[in-house]
Design a protein around this ligand. Structure first.
Ligand code: F6R
Length: 242
């Protein structure tokens, strides 16, 4: 596990974008596992900037996202499809047919999850998985639990996650209560994992996840067992570590 210390959010974003750029340059037909949430927005913005300068070419890549809310359509501005399109896909030359997320509009959870597992298998697995870190240690929507779920599954979001997401919706009743998420085995099978973390509110969980016991109560703690994890975190997020 490598920890890259960044000065602040912008520095974290640039450093993370550098790592993703290196992956795309080294393997132009790579599979990127992508995340939504507020943390990677600056990383995507930096990638877009470098693309516009002519420094990056995304035409050969495939992307698979971690998760999607169940019940939200692609044109809902809170869907993760919308987020990805808004922050990255519509701004670079990625082939839209090579961008994948779980299908939030599929009401049959078993089918949605089986379809997504097949997509991930068909693209040949993930070269680099980008992750954010939830305040409760979740990665994707793998919430604190008694076990680690292996593959794509439908989750009931916890109260704390629903509350954290409330800021994006008109009222708490509009926040989706379920999501489809990639499982922990799939994440662990990514060749490389890049975790971006910013802000003092993540300082306690970063310490717990990466220096505490490995437990499904803190799902990100499993990453301690991955052989190629890079955490890019700003000073505020690292403030509980020496
Ligand atoms: C997003 C995702 C979530 C977020 C996490 C952190 O696709 O899967 O696990 O990465 O909730 O979110 P932010 O970055 O908003 O703090």
């Amino acid at each position: 596990m490598r920890i890259v210390r960044a000065k602040d959010y912008n520095d974290m974003s640039r450093k993370a974008a550098n790592i993703i750029s290196a992956q795309v340059i080294m393997k132009p037909d790579c599979v990127l596992g992508l995340a939504t949430g507020s943390t990677p927005i600056g990383t995507y913005a930096q990638l877009v900037e470098w693309y516009k300068k002519g420094d990056l070419d995304f035409s050969g890549i495939t992307t698979v996202n971690l998760d999607e809310y169940k019940g939200l359509t692609k044109d809902n501005d809170q869907s993760y499809y919308y987020f990805m399109n808004d922050n990255l896909f519509s701004k670079v030359n990625v082939n839209p047919e090579r961008t994948f997320l779980p299908d939030g509009t599929e009401p049959d959870s078993d089918k949605a999850c089986a379809d997504y597992n097949k997509i991930i298998a068909d693209v040949g697995g993930i070269d680099l998985q980008l992750l954010g870190l939830g305040h409760n240690g979740h990665i994707g929507f793998n919430e604190p639990a008694d076990t680690f779920e292996a593959e794509t599954h439908c989750v009931d979001l916890t109260e704390s996650t629903i509350k954290a997401n409330q800021r994006f919706f008109a009222s708490i009743d509009d926040v989706p209560k379920q999501a489809y998420t990639m499982g922990i085995k799939t994440i662990m099978q990514a060749k490389k994992v890049l975790v971006v973390v910013s802000g003092e509110d993540k300082a306690a969980i970063i310490k717990e996840a990466f220096f505490g016991p490995i437990t499904p109560r803190v799902q990100a703690s499993i990453l301690q067992l991955h052989s190629d994890v890079t955490i890019v975190a700003d000073e505020a997020a690292l403030s509980c570590l020496k």
